[in-house]
Design a protein around this ligand. Structure first.
Ligand SMILES: [Zn+2]
Length: 88
């Protein structure tokens, strides 16, 4: 097995697509595996999903994750929201 492991940073970028069902199957699996093995991302995922469900309940439009929530998620994981790739 030589699969690239997702980082918490990757996960945050993929999470909205995942929750919206826009993510390819193999990426979904990688993301789910990361969530299973990462306490931080479990919390983030649960919070994120609840937020999305709320947004969908109150609006039928497709809505981007509100900036304050996005920032909070990055903060919760102590990841700088710079948009830069983190080089290993
Ligand atoms: Zn993680």
């Amino acid at each position: 097995m030589n699969e690239k492991q997702l980082t918490c940073h990757d996960l945050l970028h993929l999470l909205s697509d995942y929750v919206e069902g826009d993510l390819p199957e193999d990426l979904c699996k990688q993301l789910e595996e990361h969530i299973r093995s990462c306490d931080n991302c479990q919390i983030v995922y649960n919070t994120f999903r609840k937020t999305i469900e709320l947004v969908h309940e109150t609006s039928s439009e497709h809505i981007e994750l509100p900036e304050p929530i996005r920032s909070r998620l990055f903060k919760a994981l102590q990841i700088p929201d710079s948009g830069h790739d983190i080089t290993p």
